[in-house]
Design a protein around this ligand. Structure first.
Ligand SMILES: [Fe+2]
Length: 318
């Protein structure tokens, strides 16, 4: 059995807090799942989580809005380029119209035989909504935002990673992560992420030898990492051992993310990869399970910094 079952979440560094929150919860109709702060480093920066109402793994998109600290990154190669979410078949036109009506330029395209809506987050990070006929997850309905079951986003479809050389990243995905090649085209390749439920989510690779190297630090306007779900601690440590045994020795120690436990490694294609599993209490650790994502919460180890961090965060209406 594979040590990974689907995505856990996708994370990027964005720009303004308000535009980020409105983009995901209003334009795309996701629900706020958690509102906390960046756990690494010392800067007070929000960490915003969006997804299905219950916060199911494989629906979670998270952001660090970096406008206030004024840290900006460079999009380029050897970096994750595109955030992809699945939508129901036949809903692409709805999204093209909805996005364009809101001043977000959106076009319909295709790759690997799948219809996609291409647009960008207000901070510039490319996004795609992909019609995936194999995806049976319930659409994320948001009546208040006019998004019904025929159009709602189903969750993560995957990340597209730009690489200056395909081979080392393909060797990592196939030999290290045990992903399966599903297709290749003139621009790169497509890899199926193993998933116990049979759902198809993917990593797509885009060969890009022209662009400068993208920023690897936490920096606005760039994708930070792709997180895959190991389901439990045993699989996480088994995958760490497997990767280290292959010579990928930079898998980090386990980090406590309060709601889940994470390890990170820099893949040969430059994209930062996380392997994570949700702790039993999950999002209900610090908010009622039926009212998650409604308040600003801090992990226990930041309680002594709460006042200072709150004062340093960029103001926004949630
Ligand atoms: Fe993460």
């Amino acid at each position: 059995m594979a040590l990974v079952s689907g995505y856990h979440h996708l994370t990027m560094s964005t720009h303004g807090v308000q535009e980020d929150y409105d983009f995901y919860t209003k334009t795309l109709g996701l629900h706020s799942v958690k509102r906390t702060v960046l756990f690494d480093g010392v800067l007070p920066v929000y960490h915003l989580y969006y997804g299905s109402k219950r916060g199911d793994a494989s629906t979670i998109i998270t952001t660090f809005p970096f406008k206030k600290p004024g840290i900006y990154g460079r999009r380029g190669t050897n970096q994750t380029r595109t955030i992809m979410q699945a939508i129901p078949e036949g809903s692409a036109d709805f999204w093209v119209d909805r996005l364009n009506a809101r001043g977000i330029a959106a076009t319909k395209g295709e790759r690997f035989g799948l219809t996609r809506v291409r647009f960008a987050h207000p901070c510039g990070i490319p996004h795609e909504l992909v019609e995936n006929p194999d995806d049976t997850r319930a659409p994320i309905v948001n009546e208040a935002q006019g998004i019904g079951p025929a159009h709602g986003i189903r969750g993560i479809y995957g990340g597209a990673v730009a690489v200056s050389d395909l081979t080392p990243m393909e060797e990592f995905l196939e030999g290290g992560m045990e992903f399966r090649r599903e297709g290749s085209d003139e621009a790169g390749s497509m890899w199926i992420v193993p998933e116990d439920s049979g759902l198809h989510s993917v990593v797509e690779l885009i060969l890009d030898r022209e662009s400068p190297q993208g920023t690897w630090t936490l920096a606005g306007g760039t994708v930070h990492h792709l997180a895959f779900n190991t389901g439990n601690e045993e699989n996480q440590y088994a995958l760490k051992a497997r990767l280290e045994g292959m010579g990928y020795t930079d898998v980090s120690e386990q980090k406590d993310r309060n709601y889940f436990k994470s390890m990170y490694m820099r893949s040969p294609g430059g994209a930062l990869i996380e392997i994570a599993w949700t702790v039993p209490e999950g999002w209900a650790k610090d908010e009622p399970a039926d009212a998650i994502g409604r308040s600003l919460v801090f992990p226990p180890w930041f309680e002594d910094r709460r006042a200072e961090m709150e004062a340093g965060l960029e103001p926004a209406e949630f």
